[in-house]
Design a protein around this ligand. Sequence first.
Ligand SMILES: Cc1cc2nc3c(=O)[nH]c(=O)nc-3n(C[C@H](O)[C@H](O)[C@H](O)COP(=O)(O)OP(=O)(O)OC[C@H]3O[C@@H](n4cnc5c(N)ncnc54)[C@H](O)[C@@H]3O)c2cc1C
Length: 317
Amino acid sequence: MTSLVFLEHHGGALEKGGLGVLSKAASLGEAAGVVLGEGASGVAAAAGAFGATKVYACEAPELAAPLPQPRVDALETLVEKTGADAVLFAASVLSADVASGLAARLDAGLNWDLTDLSLADGELVGKRPALGDTVLVDVGWKGAPKLGLVRSGAFDPVESGGAAEVESFETSFSDFSTLATLVEQTQEESSGPSIEEAEIIVAGGRGLGSPDGFTMLEELAAALGGAVGATRAVVDAGWYPYSTQVGQTGKSVSPRLYIACGISGAIQHKVGMQGSGTIVAINKDPNAPIFDFCDIGVVGDLHQIVPKLTELVRARG
Ligand SMILES: Cc1cc2nc3c(=O)[nH]c(=O)nc-3n(C[C@H](O)[C@H](O)[C@H](O)COP(=O)(O)OP(=O)(O)OC[C@H]3O[C@@H](n4cnc5c(N)ncnc54)[C@H](O)[C@@H]3O)c2cc1C
């Protein structure tokens, strides 16, 4: 199987999500990376270490802004040029737009929210949760190329130590693809790692009692070098930004350590964090569902426990 893997880059580095998908694709066959936009050629070679034999790079000015349609043009060009069997993406707002645009353009099938990929009789098979994440189903494709959008955090990047040949390519742009322009772009200020990248996540739920409760979690996360996550209940209440929501309608994360504070452990939250290495739950209700699937459970008031934990972490330097 040959695949093209769409790799997003930011701040001079390739994003972890795309590299995870690349590593998986390389384990199934020949995988080439695709890096588009300003600075693409500079970061492209780094994909070799994660299994890409080749990386296609294009820095056309039409690709400078993170807009989907010009990227659909570029990928269409590459699909024609390479005849790749599959085009794979790591879930993000941009990748979801590009993947669906490419599916429409090529009249190709797109399976989304994939949590695994494998080969059966040489054919690509995806796995995705269904029915509110209560079952996992195998999904296939009827036509070609096979387009797949992989759930964030599903695959870790695996360094294989290889090197990739970087090939610059040119593409033409449809008139309609360049009609949209980016008027303004702002970056949410954050001092630590994002929840997709963090090795440690301290997450808060309604048990915090008020938005102010998050200050306590931010202090613990800062002491641990981690990021802060949240449940949908508190995000919907406007206590914390939507970008930090973990779960079925938020992000799927798989840090080494997940500390859930005042979170009941609803199935819709669980599906977004059950891939974490060690799950620690702090909850005052001994019957909270989260105690059924955490590794370490602490029954008590988080307002007393969290500040003490932060003190202890700080004391250990
Ligand atoms: C279609 C759909 C999609 C959804 N998607 C998501 C999603 O992506 N992510 C998500 O998180 N939810 C999602 N939900 C919502 C989900 O069902 C739950 O309602 C939500 O996760 C509950 O959030 P919570 O744990 O913060 O609040 P609660 O369920 O209210 O739990 C609060 C917990 O805090 C504990 N507590 C209270 N005070 C303290 C204290 N002082 N110290 C310690 N513990 C305390 C309580 O015992 C309780 O267990 C979705 C729901 C639907 C229907």
